[in-house]
Ligand binder design. Structure first.
Ligand code: SDX
Length: 394
């Protein structure tokens, strides 16, 4: 036979990578960015501070924060030629497809990003992407809603600028709501990094070939789009809408999720690493109450989500498999309350995860011992076979 390596199955799923960026303890539900707890950062930091921390390893001083914020404002515009790319997308396009294509296209306007080993070019490319992804996302929102693009405003904060570019109209004043900006800061912080998840591992794999940042992040965006990964926040709300339309019978869907003959899974439940309540889900659930209270919204989907969580966490199928709500279970409800359409929820996830992806790409490219990712495999195909010409087959 092929002489299978005895310990191979254990390697099948684990590509051990060391990193100094994020610490995750799935059993105890602990998440720390560069040693700071997610609870502290979500409650007391801004997204820009958190992005700086993830990328540079330290929280910024006031001077560093001002310089970083100024640079983000400086690079918020897209090249005017890039606006025309949007003309070609159909109104039915999924914004994640636009996001990955536009991010990849940045490398055509900034070819110097290819010089990934040059620290100055690297820093400029990082700030360009951190700033422009907001504009790319907001312009995608405007395109898909048939509205004119709204340019970034340098006097606005990172999150305030995003909301303004998405929701302002040339025909009326748009006042950025500070409370919604605060909630959006918190949501982006909670999504900012998560160790070696599928999309981050994708960014590291593509970046290990010394691929430029734009192309590496474009690959990460595509990985995040998957419904088992970042696409879950969209799938959660679609699931809750289906349960609502079906009379709110949560037990019917709990039973469906347990049925091995059904492919249905409870979206927003379960996690490869967390075998406890996802600490991010706990914070987001509290934020959901605040947003609904602030906006005076009574969303029946929140009631259904709470009932679904209660039913699942009192069912041994879920508790035995340690299936708890994850980051995606409540986040979509907040985005929905903020007026963000369902198919943009994963775009918001990508905006949050961007500094984490960048930090991992940078950590790897700065490592002189970096080697291209090249996992081995367990060959399970046929042994050497004799070739027969076409005429002799059949
Ligand atoms: C994210 O990795 C990260 O860090 C990801 C993330 C990040 O920040 O980057 O945290 C973001 O992707 C969160 C996850 C979002 N996805 C979903 O909510 C989709 C629904 N969840 C599942 O598809 C699943 O739980 C995964 C993909 C999240 C995890 O899958 P695993 O670890 O591969 O688990 P598994 O498929 O091996 O399932 C183990 C058991 C199976 O049952 P048995 O074979 O033991 O009988 O649990 C069952 C599964 O059928 N199961 C579920 C379930 N998730 C797992 N059953 C019902 N509903 C579910 N959601």
């Amino acid at each position: 036979q092929t002489g299978l390596v005895p310990f191979a199955p254990a390697l099948a799923n684990t590509a051990a990578t060391d990193s100094a960026i994020t610490y995750l303890d799935g059993e105890r539900g602990i998440l720390r960015y560069r040693g700071y707890s997610i609870e502290d950062l979500a409650e007391r930091a801004s997204f820009v501070e958190t992005a700086y921390l993830l990328i540079n390893g330290e929280l910024p001083t006031p001077e560093e924060y001002d310089a970083f914020s100024w640079a983000l404002s400086e690079h918020s515009l897209l090249h005017e030629d890039m606006k025309r790319f949007y003309d070609g997308y159909p109104m039915t396009a999924h914004p994640m497809a636009i996001l990955s294509a536009m991010v990849n296209s940045l490398s055509t306007f900034y070819p110097e990003a290819q010089d990934a080993l040059n620290p100055e070019e690297r820093e400029r490319t990082i700030v360009r992407l951190l700033s422009k992804l907001r504009t790319i996302a907001a312009f995608a929102y405007k395109k898909l809603h048939g509205q004119p693009f709204i340019y970034p405003q340098n006097h606005l904060s990172y999150c305030g600028n995003l909301l303004h570019m998405m929701f302002a109209l040339p025909t009326e004043e748009y006042e950025v709501d500070d409370e919604l900006v605060q909630v959006l800061n918190q949501l982006l912080i909670l999504h900012a990094d998560h160790e070696q998840n599928c999309s981050t591992h994708t960014v590291r794999t593509v970046g290990s070939a010394q691929t430029n940042l734009f192309a590496s992040i474009s690959a990460g965006i595509n990985a995040l789009w998957g419904v088992r990964h970042g696409g879950a926040n969209q799938a959660v709300v679609e699931m809750l809408e289906q349960i609502h339309a079906d009379g709110g019978d949560v037990q019917k869907y709990i039973n469906l999720a347990k049925d091995k003959h059904s492919s249905f899974r409870l979206m927003g439940f379960g996690h490869r690493v967390y075998k406890n309540y996802d600490p991010r889900a706990r914070i987001i659930k509290d934020a959901a109450y605040r947003v609904f209270d602030k906006l005076g919204i009574h969303d029946p989907l929140l009631e259904i989500a709470l009932k679904l969580e209660e039913a699942a966490l009192s069912d041994s199928y879920f508790t035995e498999r340690k299936l708890y709500p994850n980051v995606d279970f409540y986040s979509g409800l907040i985005y929905r309350a903020m007026g963000i359409p369902t198919n943009f929820f994963t775009v918001m996830f990508a905006l949050g995860r961007l500094p984490g992806w960048i930090a991992h790409w940078k950590e790897q490219i700065e490592d002189p011992s970096m080697r291209i990712t090249r996992p081995r495999q367990l060959y399970t195909g046929p042994e050497g076979r004799t070739f027969r010409p076409l005429a002799e087959r059949g």
